[in-house]
Design a protein around this ligand. Structure first.
Ligand SMILES: Cc1ncc(COP(=O)(O)O)c(C=O)c1O
Length: 459
């Protein structure tokens, strides 16, 4: 049916009448080729179509679309799940850290993924400006056509070297990378295993592949072994995809143990290290914990978090990268990343590779915060405080905002139902005194219980 009863239930009385009228119209069979209704075809109570309504089919489709959107918005509003984009100006204040200006307020931000504050670094900005001067503001076409400007090769070589792989490919964004990589590697007759708390774009990429997908319990090696033991033999190839650092929970995947399990069952392991690059293991990410490289043949990540800019990447063998450059649709059929973004990423990588102390700071701040709160020790610069209901998370965020801190509330569907939370993201530039003041406020003003987030699958 065109408009579901469920949606109508959420609308106000006027809307309900409006929907009902449109539904009656839509449910009628209109003889093909005709654009007007005759009197006998009109729903009860309606007057006959006037000349001005001769375009009713077009008008109706526009109105029903808006009606759908309005009803959906009303439903989301009622559940405190409607989103708004707040105009935000970000600056890095040398003596204070990441400052945000929004809605007439000046706030210290704990909600940016710019963990090393490199988006504001003078060398990174200068590299972007110079690239625009040299190559222009955009790439002009996909990399396959004429968009493969000379900066790509340098960034790909640099990333591959840093991540200990043979080669790399740069995508337009991390999201596009996952949408392109997964369906290029697995298809019909193949199996994909995905962690229950994996990022939305891993699930989206998996849905695009005509392979069978199994969601395993979050970070649960026994569940992975159970699925593989029962099902691996039925499939030609198998791919296991997980966040290296979970974006909303801040915990790490057991990469080393997953690599061993994948080797045992001939499964290709792919980690999404969006939140690991630049801030874990001297900046090299979640495949390098404990000082050595785990056997992860597909290391995906983004340039939009600690690297401070925009773009996605995959580090892998020469053969895999060549295959993706021939088969990944989001690489072939989307415009190449603009020169400024690629140049900024090269400059940021320079800083990351040469300043290990900088890369360690965000995690140190997060750990100081979790110590203060008595939470389990932070594993990454991301610390969640799960509060349950969306309203509770919104109220806590509002309280902190009134005290000068920006800590955005994260609600379903970004996280599973019932696990709305504050997500604290720590950066190298946060002052210890501010971290301590924030922690004190949380302890004194926000009722929370220390318990792990439930490991429910969500989409
Ligand atoms: C784990 C993870 N993967 C992928 C992405 C998408 O990356 P991008 O923002 O570069 O598209 C994000 C960003 O939010 C993320 O947190």
């Amino acid at each position: 049916m065109f408009l579901s009863e469920k949606l109508i239930d959420f609308s106000d009385k006027n809307m309900l009448q409006h929907f009902e009228f449109e539904r009656l119209l839509l449910d009628r069979t209109i003889p093909s080729g005709r654009k007007t209704l005759q009197a006998a075809e009109l729903p009860e109570g309606a007057t006959s179509a006037t000349p001005a309504q001769n375009d009713w089919k077009d008008r109706l489709s526009v109105n029903s679309l808006d009606a759908f959107a309005n009803a959906k918005l009303a439903q989301l509003e009622g559940a405190s799940l409607r989103r708004h984009f707040a105009e935000t100006r970000r600056e890095l204040w040398p003596d204070e850290g990441p400052i945000i200006f929004r809605d007439g307020r000046r706030l210290l931000s704990f909600s940016c993924n710019d963990y090393l504050n490199l988006s504001q670094h003078p060398l990174v900005k200068a590299a972007a400006v110079a690239a625009i001067e040299a190559y222009g503001a955009g790439s002009g076409a996909s990399r396959l056509v004429t968009g493969n400007h000379p900066l790509f090769a340098e960034l790909e070589q640099r990333l591959a070297r840093f991540k200990g792989s043979e080669a790399a490919a740069i995508f337009g964004s991390g999201y596009l990378a996952n949408l392109g990589i997964i369906p290029a590697l697995v298809g019909e007759g193949d199996l994909i295993l995905v962690d229950a708390l994996a990022h939305a774009c891993i699930l989206s990429g998996s849905r695009l592949a005509p392979a069978e997908c199994r969601i395993f319990h979050h970070n649960d090696l026994d569940d992975v072994r159970r699925i593989l033991g029962a099902e691996r033999a039925r499939f030609r190839h198998a791919l296991l995809v997980t966040d290296g650092v979970f974006s909303m929970d801040g915990d790490l995947a057991p990469v080393e143990a997953l690599a061993a399990l994948c080797a045992e069952y001939d499964v290709w392991l792919m980690t999404d290290d969006a939140h690991g690059l630049g801030v874990l293991a001297g900046g090299r990410g979640s495949s390098f914990i404990d000082g050595h490289k785990s056997d992860v043949p597909l290391q995906m990540g983004t340039l939009s978090k600690a690297v401070g800019g925009y773009g996605g990447y995959l580090c892998a063998s020469e053969a895999v990268i060549e295959l993706l450059k021939t088969r990944a649709r989001t690489l072939l059929f989307a415009t190449g990343l603009p020169p400024a973004n690629v140049a900024a990423a090269i400059a940021a990588l320079d800083i990351i590779e040469n300043d290990v102390e900088l890369t360690m700071r965000p995690l140190a701040k997060a750990r100081a915060f979790t110590r203060h709160l008595g939470l389990p020790e932070a594993q990454s610069p991301i610390v969640p405080l799960v509060l349950g209901a969306a309203e509770a998370a919104l109220a806590a965020s509002k309280m902190l905002e009134e005290e000068g801190f920006l800590v955005v509330a994260i609600r379903p569907p970004t996280v599973p139902e019932g696990t709305a939370r504050l997500r604290f993201a720590f950066s190298a530039a946060h002052r210890d005194a501010d971290v301590a003041r924030l922690a004190t406020l949380v302890v004194e003003r926000i009722p929370f219980r220390i318990e792990p987030a439930p490991c429910l699958p969500f989409s």
